[in-house]
Design a protein. Sequence first.
Length: 66
Amino acid sequence: MNFVALIASRLRRVAGDVQGQDLIEYALMAGFVAVAAGAIMPGVASSISTIFSQIASVMTAAASQS
């Protein structure tokens, strides 16, 4: 069983509510791909960091509005 499948199965077991499960799995996969790309291509690491910083600031702003 690969790592992503292991994480996905554990998240399924922990979360009794399966709504949004696909979104979480896709987000985890995108994160793993981003980390792998950053490790393989160091020049991409700064771009990935910028993207995640922008995502974090958008999510923070959205959370403060609700």
